[in-house]
Design a protein around this ligand. Structure first.
Ligand SMILES: [Mg+2]
Length: 396
């Protein structure tokens, strides 16, 4: 297998979705290893290894033939872990994880104690950086099979269907397309919960008024035009690129590799801001959130007579309403890794005192904010440690 272009690489990674689905679902039934699927993963891993290197980056060609430095750490590491898991067995794999992270056993054991014998009604979690290692490029951030096995086992302890909620889109290069958990174990929610796939497979979306949708369509059309211009083309190819979500649009202005000169990135931000300003001079329809990497343009919703942007807390309340999850009854376990996930914690705490939260972070300021939002908190340093807690809790 020869991988020469970024498109080749993306195609090969997406092919691992089906292999990983087979691997995880067979293993979950009776610990059977699907060796054909495993061979496919090994072939993709070797294919990636053979891509030429430059100072730790991989060199791949883009559509116009020029070469670009690409970071493939997430894809390589997760393939390595999957291969390790199925070749050497689960116990060896856990030993391997504990060698990768020095605080592993301490955090795993404390986490199991934190969960105690609570019978959770709901388990609601963010994906990237929380139960999945972080990948800078959404299109190739395929869930690994070991990850699916660990997190799927935990669903047996939860009364309702657990929810995996992300700010990325739901479908069309969304969370559904890169998840490999066995069918129907989770409710998947995209666009911060503005759209979700229910337990019965139905796709349900938060209603957007016609007028607002038209504004968003206009904005999206203008952004498409803008990024066709020669000087702005690159912004579609880096990091998050240009993503049309439900009720929200994401436009990259930088990526983790800092591929764009900072001056160029800043002036593109100004360009996008003035475009939004032209379409929505009174700021009635859109809020802009600049993460430094991505410009998030979010359609506002009306709550108690004033316009606010839709956050993940609004998302879980919407799903609660639609699916009768009984968040107001609790107990609820909420997991996240960034400040935007605190909205879920707050929404749950407002509904039920029986809210517990685990955050994946080493950031002391974020920890302080989480503690302020909820009295039952626990922190871990890595997604793999949270996964291990959920796994071990189920098996113990
Ligand atoms: Mg996250």
């Amino acid at each position: 297998m020869k991988i020469t272009s970024l498109q080749n690489f993306i195609d090969q990674m997406l092919k691992t979705v089906e292999n990983r689905r087979q691997l995880s679902s067979k293993y979950l039934v009776n610990k059977e290893v699907d060796f054909d699927a495993l061979q496919q993963l090994i072939a993709v891993y070797h294919g990636i290894e053979q891509i030429p290197n430059q100072n730790g980056w991989k060199l791949l060609t883009l559509s116009e033939g020029e070469s670009s430095r690409v970071n493939v750490d997430y894809e390589t590491e997760e393939l390595k872990k999957d291969i390790w898991f199925f070749e050497k067995g689960e116990n060896q794999f856990i030993k391997h994880l504990s060698e990768l992270h020095s605080a592993y056993w301490q955090e795993v054991n404390d986490g199991i104690e934190f969960l105690d014998s609570i019978k959770f009604r709901n388990f609601i979690t963010d994906r990237d950086g929380t139960i999945n290692n972080y990948c800078g490029r959404y299109s190739t951030s395929v869930q690994s099979a070991y990850n699916a096995i660990f997190v799927s086992r935990f669903t047996t302890l939860i009364k309702n269907k657990p929810i995996i909620l992300t700010s990325a889109p739901l479908q069309n290069s969304g969370i559904i397309d890169i998840s490999v958990n066995p069918q129907d174990l989770f409710i998947y929610a995209g666009s911060k919960g503005r759209e979700f796939r229910a337990a019965d497979g139905a796709i349900i979306s938060y209603p957007i008024e016609k007028e607002k949708q038209e504004m968003l369509d206009t904005l999206n059309a203008r952004l498409s035009e803008l990024t066709k211009q020669k000087e702005y083309k690159d912004f579609k190819r880096i990091g998050s690129g240009l993503q049309f979500k439900f009720g929200q649009t994401t436009m990259a202005r930088q990526d983790i590799q800092q591929s764009i000169e900072s001056e160029r990135s800043e002036s593109f931000l100004q360009e996008v801001e003035s475009l939004v300003q032209k379409i929505d001079p009174d700021g009635r329809y859109f809020r802009i959130e600049d993460t430094g990497l991505d410009i998030e343009i979010i359609l506002t919703i009306d709550r108690n007579g004033s316009a606010k942007d839709f956050d993940k807390g609004d998302g879980i309340l919407f799903i609660n309403e639609q699916q009768n999850l009984g968040i107001e009854k609790g107990p609820n376990l909420i997991c996240g890794d960034t400040a935007s996930d605190i909205a879920m914690v707050k929404a749950s705490v407002q509904q039920s005192k029986e809210t517990y939260t685990i955050f994946v972070t080493k950031d002391e300021e974020l920890k302080r904010q989480v503690r302020q939002a909820c009295s039952n908190t626990f922190f871990v340093s890595e997604p793999d440690i949270l996964l291990s807690i959920l796994n071990k809790k189920t098996l113990s």
